[in-house]
Design a protein around this ligand. Structure first.
Ligand code: CTP
Length: 412
């Protein structure tokens, strides 16, 4: 992991949820975060240390003295200070009722508690315990003490607990932990890359147009292409805003997510966000039509035909290109049943984009429901380039390469 990557100390304490910390380490590693695990002795029966060491690439530390860190190494003269030297944050996940109480009281009788008392970086806790313990007045007082000191709690979920009962106290999902943690880490140590300082706005997914309170007109967009572009832009150092129609994808950590449903909601959101961005990538599959009127409630069967009257939705991309300010760059997509160069060039020019990314939607092996894509890039000057079939993240990287190659990455 490069020196510039964000660094997290992950405290693991005695809870059955400690097995989930392995997935957390793996996901953090995938997001370019260097993870150093400090486990309490009570965590060890629940925590596969060897696997955590392989996933994190670092030894799991437990002992205040006599662990793998030689005393006197680094800036600190004692091991827990050496660990803290590079850390951007400390997360305790799972955080047992015991560690929360010891943090609140300022106890320092093992490596993790000593490190938490010495830390001057943001501290987060993801509690995991039985509901009765979580709601006990003592725990509530300790959590309030920690919150008053600036420790951020990622609240637990409700569901089945280790006791077999159901209730509040399951450690927050890894997705929810990452949603809180990654923006914080990226703020402390922003990713440096070719898009550092560039504000990227991506639209993604389908739009759904209601017919009544339960039915809608939609399309097969999975949102994967837009997500891949947002992810790739984040990895290159951009700050990313994602406006997405409904998809089955988990929220992308590290970006500013704006969920929308209809084309008109998407238009309104993009219009207000666009002026504060340098690059817009319009990957959403916007529904061209919407029912003239949505029926209130659920329409009942009445033995007769239901004739729909549809009206055109606004062309969002065209409207945004008319608002385009100096230095702003627009990338549009085209969903076409055949890639006719003349039609593509016309679409590129009438939409007012700097780059058009054309998909052949007649091919079942790429595009809509597939993890792969093959696209043709078109510029208003009439340059065409086909990016051969590859997974959507590789295609996203090449689209951003094309944007950067044109010198469009510099903020105005
Ligand atoms: N788009 C948009 N608003 C719409 C329809 C499409 O902003 N109402 C955007 C899409 O996000 C995409 C580009 O316009 O970036 C082209 O979309 P596409 O579906 O290929 O073309 P349409 O504009 O819908 O035209 P047609 O279906 O007639 O080819």
């Amino acid at each position: 992991m490069p020196e510039s990557s964000p660094c997290l100390i992950l405290g693991v304490t005695g809870s059955i949820a400690a097995y989930k910390s392995l997935d957390l380490i793996r996901r953090l590693d995938g997001e370019g975060v260097s993870v150093h695990v400090v486990a309490t002795r009570k965590a060890l029966p629940f925590f596969p240390v060897a696997t955590a060491e392989v996933f994190s690439g670092h030894p799991v530390e437990t002992e205040l003295f006599g662990g793998s860190l030689p005393p006197g190494e680094g800036l600190g003269r004692v091991p827990h200070l050496a660990l803290l030297e590079r850390a951007d944050a400390v997360l305790v996940a799972p955080a047992s009722a015991d560690i929360i109480a010891r943090m609140a009281l300022g106890l320092a009788d093992d490596l993790l508690s000593t490190l938490l008392l010495s830390a001057r970086v943001p501290i987060l806790v993801a509690p995991a315990m039985e509901e009765a313990m979580y709601l006990h007045p003592a725990s509530q007082t300790h959590r309030k003490t920690l919150s008053d000191r600036g420790v951020r709690e990622i609240p637990p979920d409700s569901g089945p607990l280790a006791s077999g009962k159901s209730g509040l106290g399951r450690m927050a999902s890894v997705d929810r932990i990452l949603e809180t943690l990654l923006p914080l880490l990226r703020k402390t140590r922003p990713v440096r890359g070719p898009l550092s300082g560039v504000r990227v706005l991506v639209s993604s997914g389908p739009t759904l147009e209601p017919l009544d309170s339960v039915r809608y007109l939609g399309n097969r967009s999975s949102g994967r292409m837009g997500e891949a572009l947002a992810r790739e832009a984040l990895a290159r150092g951009a700050s990313v805003t994602l406006v997405s129609g409904p998809t089955a994808l988990p929220p992308l950590p590290g970006c500013d997510l704006h969920p929308v449903t209809t084309a008109r909601e998407m238009e309104e959101r993009l219009r207000s966000l666009f002026p504060a961005h340098d690059l817009l990538i319009m990957a959403a599959a916007v529904s061209d039509y919407r029912p003239k009127e949505a029926v209130a409630g659920k329409r009942k069967k009445d033995g007769r035909e239901w004739t729909l009257s549809l009206v055109e939705n606004p062309d969002i991309l065209k409207a945004l290109s008319a608002m385009k300010g100096p230095g702003q760059v627009l990338v549009g997509f085209a969903a076409e049943s055949s890639l006719d160069p003349e039609r593509l060039l016309e679409k590129c020019r009438t939409k007012g984009v700097d780059l058009l990314v054309a998909n052949d939607i007649s091919r079942p092996d790429i595009g809509f429901s597939s993890p792969e894509n093959e696209v043709t890039l078109v510029t208003p000057a009439g340059d065409f380039r086909t990016l051969p079939r590859a997974d959507k993240s590789a295609i996203a990287g090449q689209i951003l390469d094309a944007v950067t190659a044109h010198g469009w990455s510099k903020p105005a």
